[in-house]
Ligand binder design. Structure first.
Ligand code: OXD
Ligand code: MN
Length: 606
């Protein structure tokens, strides 16, 4: 068994324990090299699990089991010692009980398979803001995805060997093979009632069983970089957030960085890579999903993107909605649950052009190409949560400093969700606590990124962290409030709430979104630059008449006015909902400052 390169006693002991439990046929320590990626990918293709794409260099399509297509929130647990510490928004199981269940399921779970040991770094290797982890997995598909999504390899292992510091992440697809048995091209996973995505916050450990898909299996992403990191951030005084990171450059060449939290499938990747429609402005990407932020010596918050790739939702991505994502996924990309064309390329609903001939859908069935760039509901060629895993460095608008280990200083936080009514296009918080209040009330219509029966309804998703906060959300609100006391208002990021998703009476989107969101970003940039471009309203600061650049915008002035005004009746309903349905969930953990913000807002609205 080859694991000579793990020399640290603690790491070695942890790996040895997992070997004894999972009983793999072989153990392999990953070095992160291209040769390793190529070899594993070839094995995946040879085994029938991956289909190489003739039309796309070094890219492979996978089809998952139809039951294993998204994050499984109902099977995701925060197993803190006390139930109260997981809080009202997380599923909780006593950690000893959960470990017993998982140990039972895991005994011999890697029989017939290779155990891959992946040393990985979240963040540029060696960054003070970054963290190292070791993921153990029995899925070569997971290894290849981790190669793209994180920094894997011997440099990270050297750091772990020296320091003994790493976050242990154990993953198994939960499908051992009998002697001589093979997957035969079938995606291995366990039935839903055997899937567990478990987090042990006090131990800072992750244990995922039974799913091979995305955030359930690529443990650096949601499990480490959000759920466990949020706990570390609370204890160590920093922020681990479900936020994109943008670099904005104005026509004078001035630069500002902003981060933004949006619930899953609200176009975060599109916003992260937008092409501005207003002349002279430049938008570049630092990250599209997660930001880790620490205070610098100057009192400002510095952000890094802990990831190295994009795990983007494929359907709806096209050259109009996100040309940069299409370019990022041009080659060296893993596609999962997309359709396959006759000429060996991928296809999905909303790719921007109709397909030709016969397609193979995400379930592996032959289907005639739909006449339009659309398929009838329930007959989709690609699953609604089909994904591309693409290296961030391939993104044409990746900022030069995206791997700067110091991070970039943040001027603004954006919050937003899919809200068809009430929430205006943009408003700014009056101060830090009001901004935390805005983060705490984020809500969005549920989409397909997660298996849920709530699709179509608005659910509150505070800070877009509902499925990702590794501890009591009430304590998390308090952490945000406390952080605001650690610096000055000048140094702290300004806080904005944006909503690209307002609909008219016929159900059509009013605001065109995508590149035109640059108009709002420009206003936000100017706010942070001290421009006198806002008016005070009951709900916060809003653009002065004419302060949003509408030149060339295909929206009537009346419609612009509508989405830039205060919907008093709508806000009153919002307040009622927060007071009666949202805030009571947090009981005594709701910080009094937030209850006070709600009262103040109500009073201002009269
Ligand atoms: C994601 C998500 O995959 O938020 O990024 O669901
Ligand atoms: Mn996300």
């Amino acid at each position: 068994m080859e694991r000579t390169s793990i020399t640290n006693a603690k790491a070695k002991q942890w790996v040895d324990e997992q070997v004894a439990l999972c009983q793999p046929d072989a153990v392999y320590v990953c070095d992160g090299s291209q040769a390793e990626y190529d070899r594993l990918m070839k094995e995946l293709v040879d085994s029938g699990l991956g289909t190489p794409l003739k039309a796309r260099k070094n890219s492979v399509l996978f089809r998952s089991d139809p039951s294993d297509v998204a994050r499984v929130e109902d099977r995701t647990y925060i197993a803190s010692q006390k139930e109260e510490d997981a809080g009202p928004t997380n599923h909780w199981i006593n950690p000893d009980e959960l470990k017993k269940t998982l140990s039972g399921l895991s005994a011999g779970c890697m029989k017939g398979r290779t155990m891959y040991v992946i040393p990985f770094s979240m963040g540029p290797v060696g960054s003070d803001i970054g963290k190292n982890g070791i993921e153990i997995t029995d899925s070569a598909y997971v290894v290849c995805n981790m190669h793209i999504m994180t920094r894997v390899g011997t440099k990270v292992l050297d750091l772990i060997n020296q320091s003994g510091k790493f976050i242990p992440c154990l993953h198994s697809v939960g499908k051992p093979l009998a002697s001589g048995e093979k997957d035969l091209g079938v995606w291995p996973c366990a039935p839903m009632d055997k899937k567990y995505i478990a987090h042990f916050p006090e131990e800072r450990a992750i244990w995922s069983f039974g799913s091979g898909y995305g955030g359930n299996a690529l443990l650096g992403k949601k499990c480490l970089a959000l759920r466990i990191a949020s706990v570390l951030a609370r204890d160590e005084g920093w922020l681990a957030e479900h936020m994109l990171i943008l670099k904005l450059t104005n026509p004078e060449g001035k630069v500002k960085y902003v981060t933004g939290a949006f619930p899953s499938a609200c176009g975060k990747t599109n916003l992260a890579m937008l092409i501005p429609t207003i002349p002279g402005w430049k938008v570049e990407t630092i990250g599209d999903d997660i930001a880790w932020m620490k205070f610098g010596a100057d009192g400002r918050l510095y952000a890094i993107n802990p990831e190295a790739g994009f795990f983007g939702v494929a359907p709806g991505t096209n050259n109009e909605s996100n040309k940069n994502a299409m370019e990022s996924a041009k080659e060296n990309t893993i596609f999962t649950n997309c359709g396959l064309t006759e000429d060996g390329d991928i296809w999905w609903e909303g790719i921007g052009y109709p397909a030709k001939g016969t397609l193979i859908d995400w379930k592996g069935n032959k289907k005639p190409a739909p006449a339009k760039d659309k398929s009838p509901k329930g007959e989709e060629i690609a699953h609604a949560n089909a994904r591309f895993t693409a290296p961030a460095k391939q993104c044409p608008c990746i900022a030069a400093e995206w791997e700067d280990p110091k991070g970039v200083p943040i001027s603004a936080f954006l919050f937003g969700g899919r809200r068809p009514s009430t929430i205006p296009l943009v408003h700014q918080s009056r101060d830090w606590n009001h901004g935390v209040f805005l983060g705490s009330i984020v809500g969005s219509e549920v989409t397909a990124a997660v298996i849920s029966d709530q699709v179509g309804q608005v659910r509150r998703d505070p800070f877009a962290m509902l499925p990702f906060c590794g501890y009591n959300m009430g304590d998390y609100f308090q952490h945000w409030l406390d952080l605001g006391k650690q610096s000055t208002a000048d140094n702290l990021p300004k806080i904005f709430y944006v909503n690209w998703f307002r609909k008219d009476a016929d159900g059509n989107f009013i605001w065109p979104g995508y590149g035109d969101n640059s108009r709002v970003l420009a206003w936000i940039f100017d706010r942070c630059d001290g421009k006198d471009n806002a008016v005070e309203t009951e709900i916060g600061l809003m653009p002065k008449d004419g302060a949003i650049n509408t030149q060339g915008l295909n929206v009537s002035p009346a419609a612009v006015k509508e989405i830039l005004s205060v919907d008093r009746e709508g806000w009153k309903k919002e307040i009622k909902d927060i007071r009666e349905k949202h805030y009571p969930k947090f009981g005594a953990k709701l910080p009094p400052e937030l209850a006070a913000e709600l009262d103040k807002l109500e009073k201002r609205l009269g």
